[in-house]
Ligand binder design. Structure first.
Ligand SMILES: NC(=O)c1ccc[n+]([C@@H]2O[C@H](COP(=O)([O-])OP(=O)(O)OC[C@H]3O[C@@H](n4cnc5c(N)ncnc54)[C@H](O)[C@@H]3O)[C@@H](O)[C@H]2O)c1
Ligand SMILES: O=c1ccn([C@@H]2O[C@H](COP(=O)(O)OP(=O)(O)O[C@H]3O[C@H](CO)[C@H](O)[C@H](O)[C@H]3O)[C@@H](O)[C@H]2O)c(=O)[nH]1
Length: 287
């Protein structure tokens, strides 16, 4: 893999952003930076709104200063809240359950308003559950603290935690546990490349879901990790986690038709295999 230059900085440091824009003269921005832990956003909403909304405004100010008028923004399925129906199309009503989801929806609104007022070109990508790891074995996720299901199940498989807690087994789903649409991080990356090319070609603004359209339950995730790692996984049944919808499955048809996007790694097993390969420092074995 060939990497571009890396500059570390804070969105709110407008002088630094200004220098970076002057140095590289970008044509467009891919905006991933955000606080992402929903539970933390409930405990400290101001910090989330400051970081995710106010600091995004700082980025948009610097973009405008440098005449950069194209942006791809990382949004989330959390804007839909508890879905009224699945699969979820982009036209589904918004009802975020926490400040994290609200903060993303606010930035979506800001982008649409600036597009109307100043002609900003944008693509908003609403990811469902990001999963997997770099298929080439170089990159993986590393959250501190980790709250996402798949990396936690992997920790349980390798004895780095005593067990995995399943948050609720009484949901209205076939096995009683929550269902999510896991989308491989490499497929998220390819959607960004397609979105960027489309934006640069002057196409109209777009808001699109990124998911596979298939759902897997928490138990299915645990079973898949057990199968891939060939290790037993101690499970603890726990209370429901507040704010968790029973089922979140994307209708990804807009991303397919508008971006020509089709996930290369829609299978949960393959996503888990890539995460395991990187975790163990091994190069990809299969697929
Ligand atoms: N992981 C998922 O399942 C998921 C799902 C939907 C949407 N998203 C969105 O995708 C994006 C990336 O998520 P991720 O899972 O890689 O999260 P992450 O926490 O691994 O990465 C976010 C990065 O942004 C940086 N950052 C945060 N605020 C910043 C600021 N003000 N200035 C500069 N840097 C800042 C953090 O230091 C971190 O490196 C986020 O916008 C998130 O909301 C993620
Ligand atoms: O220890 C755990 C951790 C999670 N879960 C369950 O596993 C499922 C997935 O949970 P994650 O925390 O991995 O992911 P979320 O669905 O909560 O949220 C993720 O996807 C959302 C969009 O779908 C948001 O974007 C959010 O930022 C992102 O973390 C949920 O049903 C959750 O209750 C457990 O049972 N035990």
């Amino acid at each position: 893999m060939q990497w571009g230059p890396f500059e570390k900085g804070e969105l709110k440091d407008e002088a630094h952003l200004d220098a970076i824009f002057a140095k590289y003269r970008p044509q467009a921005v891919l905006h991933f930076a955000a606080f992402i832990e929903a539970g933390e956003s409930v405990r400290d909403p101001q910090r989330f709104y400051q970081n995710n909304v106010a600091d995004s405004l700082a980025l948009l100010r610097v973009m405008q200063l440098h005449g950069v008028d194209k942006i791809v923004f990382s949004s989330t399925a959390a804007v839909y809240g508890n879905p009224l129906y699945t699969p979820i199309p982009e036209t589904h009503p918004f009802a975020p359950l926490n400040p994290y989801g609200h903060s993303k929806l606010m930035v979506e609104r800001i982008l649409a308003d600036i597009a109307l007022a100043k002609g900003l070109g944008y693509t908003i990508l609403r990811y469902f559950n990001a999963a997997g790891a770099d298929p080439e074995g170089e990159l993986r996720e590393n959250h501190q603290p980790e709250t996402h299901l798949i990396p936690l199940v992997l920790q349980a498989a390798y004895g780095k935690r005593p067990n995995i807690a399943i948050f609720g087994t009484d949901y209205d789903t076939p096995d009683g546990t929550c269902i999510r649409d896991y989308v491989h991080v490499a497929d998220l990356a390819s959607a960004h490349v397609l979105a960027l090319k489309r934006l640069l070609s002057g196409s109209r603004n777009l808001t699109a879901n990124l998911g596979t359209g298939c759902g897997f339950s928490v138990r299915e995730v645990v079973d898949t990790v057990a199968r891939v790692t060939n290790r037993p996984i101690p499970v603890r049944i726990a209370e429901r986690r507040p704010g968790d919808p029973a089922i979140l499955i994307a209708d990804p048809s807009l991303a397919r038709s508008e971006l020509g996007w089709a996930p290369a790694y829609p299978e949960l097993e393959q996503q888990v295999r890539h995460a395991v390969n990187v975790l163990n420092g091994t190069r990809p074995l299969q697929g």
